[in-house]
Write a protein that binds this ligand. Structure first.
Ligand code: HEM
Length: 506
């Protein structure tokens, strides 16, 4: 009995290894013109791919240093082909940006790394992304009108999370910032009541965490186990059901009012639920679908904004010489323009500080990742086959002295100084935080660039201006800030990082 089981297990293992070997060599043979970081032999490449999990950032930098202005590949378990092709030149970044979506696909890449088939199931996977243009257009257009709500939620959530005290109090940044960012964003997404609902906020946060752990588990597993692991670990159906229950009273009320009084009923809240209902195709006007949209928008919006603002808080505490000039700017702009979107746009130094913090920090070492659907030839003549993934060495580009002067130095006013001295047409816009450019890829680029970036920048500036005007902050000598860690190409904010806060004294 044991013998026949061992026999079948061995035969299965041999079959799987042969299949993996065949798959590996057939892809690798199409990529021979592209140099490799790590190994490109079958067994050693597998080890290199595991090395990428823990030292991805270093391997990306190694390739960038060895092949400047070029292209290289790394074995990588994050993507289904197991090969990540990375470009290090701004010209090749532009090639990716210009490629049509049916050749280099952002959508298929997201589905690939988020294990959409396993985690969401085929029905959700087939949904049209109608929320993306709504985020880009309606959210951005309504920002000025909703700015008072954003300011109110920032003030309330700080009062709850970081009360102003006369004594210095040590606060864990990530734990304090997550609810502040989440409440503020959801004030605009789902309105005042739900954005303060603990069950709603906890569900979003817990799902995002369990989702990422599950995706990592599936990514690291062999193909034949992915389906079974996905079924076992995906909390998606349960989460949607729960979220729908929490949102149901609000959603049903909106639908009922619309049916009784038409789309523009008196007192209709100005938030994402309303804007989604304005544009939802009939088949998506359901409580289930609304819960799905709110869940994935939160997934895209909260962690990224939290990383960006938390990184900037740490930079402010470690470079306190910026506090005085930033306070002066915020105070004088608010005096003239009040707490408005217009005021945020006038805060050039603050905009610059956040951008500089993201230039050296950010959320990932790679950006603008696209799955190749049809053979694609870069302008340097290198061809990549369907199935592999291409991306840009964002973090290395942003830290390159050939791209940024004194690139390794944190200069909070780098971009505001550039704006002040710029004479070219559109020069002042060029260096803004929300502006997309090949040498600053925090928000990606091309037709799939982040549609929430204008909101993210305004939310971040509002949070930061609130801190500057209401708190003193500094690093504690007993609790130095630990360096960030990396998982594959993703940057992780050190959850144990703490900063001292007290009520502003001067
Ligand atoms: C500082 C905060 C943020 C950062 C760093 C960030 C970054 C990104 C990046 C890198 C992409 C992929 C772009 C590409 O591949 O070219 C993306 C896509 C996306 N982001 Fe953001 N994001 C942030 C905030 C937000 C917010 C606040 C929202 C919603 C209001 C949002 C919604 C989305 C959505 C829906 C997509 C997918 C777009 C598509 O499929 O075409 N993001 N974001």
């Amino acid at each position: 009995m044991v013998t026949s089981f061992s026999y079948y297990a061995l035969a299965g293992l041999a079959g799987w290894v042969s299949y993996e070997w065949y798959r590996f060599t057939s892809v690798r043979n199409k990529l021979l013109a592209i140099p490799t970081i790590g190994s490109d032999s079958f067994f050693l490449a597998y080890i290199s791919a595991w090395k990428f999990v823990f030292s991805g950032r270093k391997m990306i930098q190694e390739g960038y240093d060895k092949y400047p202005n070029g292209i290289y590949k790394v074995p990588c378990l994050e993507v289904s082909s197991r090969w990540m092709i990375i470009v290090s030149s701004l010209k090749l970044v532009q090639d990716i940006k210009d490629a049509p979506g049916d050749v280099l696909s952002a959508h298929e890449h997201f589905a690939d790394i988020l294990q959409a088939d396993q985690m969401f199931g085929p029905e959700a996977r087939a949904k049209e992304d109608y929320h993306v243009p709504v985020l880009m257009n309606s959210v951005t257009r309504n920002l000025a009108g909703c700015f008072g709500d954003i300011v109110d939620e920032v003030a309330q959530s700080f009062a709850d999370g970081i009360p102003q005290t006369d004594e210095w109090v040590l606060h864990p940044i990530q734990a304090r910032l997550s609810p502040i960012v989440s409440r503020t964003a959801n004030r605009l997404f789902v309105g005042k009541t739900l954005c303060r609902d603990k069950e709603f906020l906890d569900l979003q946060q817990n799902w995002a965490l369990s989702f990422m752990l599950s995706v990592t588990a599936i990514n690291l597993a062999p193909d034949f186990l992915k389906g079974a692991i996905g079924k076992a670990v995906s909390a998606f159906p349960k989460t949607i059901k729960k979220l729908r229950q929490i949102m149901d009273p609000e959603f049903s009320y909106r639908i009922q009012m619309e049916e009784e009084h038409g789309k523009r009923w008196d007192g209709r809240p100005n938030d994402l639920i309303s804007w989604l209902l304005d544009h939802a195709p009939p088949e998506y006007r359901t409580a289930d679908d609304m819960a799905y949209r709110i869940l994935i928008v939160n997934f895209a919006a909260i962690h990224t904004t939290m990383m960006t603002v938390s990184g900037a808080i740490v930079d402010l505490a470690t470079h306190p010489e910026h506090i005085g000039p930033l306070r002066l700017e915020v105070e004088s702009v608010i005096k003239t323009h009040g707490w408005t979107k217009e005021a945020m746009a006038k805060m050039w130094k603050l905009d610059s500080f956040l951008k500089e913090s993201a230039r050296l920090g950010g959320v990932a070492a790679l950006s603008m990742n696209r799955k190749v659907l049809k053979e694609f030839t870069f302008s340097n003549g290198i061809t990549v086959p369907p199935g592999v993934t291409v991306g840009c060495a964002t973090h290395s580009i942003q830290g390159d002295p050939a791209v940024y002067e004194n690139a390794a130095t944190f200069d909070g006013f780098r971009f505001s100084n550039m704006r002040e001295t710029e004479t070219a047409e559109f020069g002042q816009v060029k260096h803004q935080f929300s502006t997309l450019s090949n040498d600053f890829l925090l928000f990606g680029g091309g037709r799939h660039a982040c549609p929430g970036r204008f909101f993210a920048v305004n939310e971040s500036k509002c949070i930061f201006a609130h801190i500057l005007l209401n708190y003193d902050i500094k690093v504690s000598s007993d609790h130095p800030i630990p360096p960030p860690t990396w998982l594959g190409s993703q940057r992780l904010f050190p959850s144990e990082a703490k900063v001292l806060f007290r009520k502003r004294q001067v």
